[in-house]
Design a protein around this ligand. Sequence first.
Ligand SMILES: Nc1ncnc2c1ncn2[C@@H]1O[C@H](COP(=O)(O)OP(=O)(O)OP(=O)(O)O)[C@@H](O)[C@H]1O
Length: 346
Amino acid sequence: MTTTTDTTTKTKTTVLEAKGVTMRFGGLTAVKGVDLQVNAGEIVGLIGPNGAGKTTFFNCLTGLYVPTEGSVSYKGKVLPPKPHRVTEAGIARTFQNIRLFHNMTVMENVLVGRHTRTKEGLWSALLRGPGFKKAEAASEARAMELLEFIGLEHKADHLAKNLPYGEQRKLEIARALASDPGLILLDEPTAGMNPQETRAAEELIFAIRDMGIAVLVIEHDMRFIFNLCDRVACLVQGEKLIEGTASEVQGDERVIAAYLGTPFEGEPGAEEVAEVEAAEAHAEAEADAEPEAEADAEPEAEADAETEAADEDEAPAAESDDAPAADADADADSTTSTTSTEGEAK
Ligand SMILES: Nc1ncnc2c1ncn2[C@@H]1O[C@H](COP(=O)(O)OP(=O)(O)OP(=O)(O)O)[C@@H](O)[C@H]1O
């Protein structure tokens, strides 16, 4: 599996073109006039805070929702808003919450994904004629190729429900690939994954791109997205806030603000700096004053000083030293954990 990000051989053929896609649910406009293009050979990321409209936009692209306004074209043709027609046209997808057939084997799950490419009709299937058997053998061969591609060929006859979580996510991708798509939409492919599984998913997506399949991916894991994507679009409250290269989007203050409310990287605000400096100066002054106080103190006074160690004169200095670091960690943690919890919850 190659992880090259070399883009020299990429063409600029537009695979997906969404124009002015709007989706309203009663009074709520979940997606507002979003334009987005995905070109052949590209990996495009779609980011945005919770409830920004990312999954709704995916559902509009794949025919699960009929957009209130706008159009979606695949390779120059407007797509009918019907999921099976969209799959037939060449767009496959995975879901935020895993949707495997849990009591079917790994192989059978991939074969289900193959059905849009199987031309044999009902009678042929019931009579199991030569045409059907040939098609069935070809489907199984293709399914096994895909299982080899994701590294699950040795588990072809295991029940899907017995796979570990990370392998279930990979199997979903194999099932989507079974329809021979030209574009795959991945909705939070690393939700709930550990760092090793996330890294493997990243490699898998590069390999899918290298097979000639364009990728549009929703993800909350920013490191993953910015490492992976040629372009990134950010949705906020249903609207596209910005679209650009990973570095353009990563550094955009509006994106940071949309996620966190306040910047958490780069320079802290003047107020925070002044607060920390004052606390440090206070702690130093206390430390300098202490030896003298101890030297002068009578035994009773020493006991008093110990009792006072926990009083408010000491406490602010100690807290001021620890608090900024602890807060920064908490911020970072809460960003990550919100992300994974969110992903798992759906
Ligand atoms: N079927 C629906 N009916 C009514 N409102 C909906 C429906 N689907 C989504 N919404 C609303 O549309 C908005 C966008 O939701 P959506 O799930 O698309 O956001 P998201 O960016 O994918 O969020 P997350 O990152 O949490 O998955 C939310 O306010 C949501 O409650």
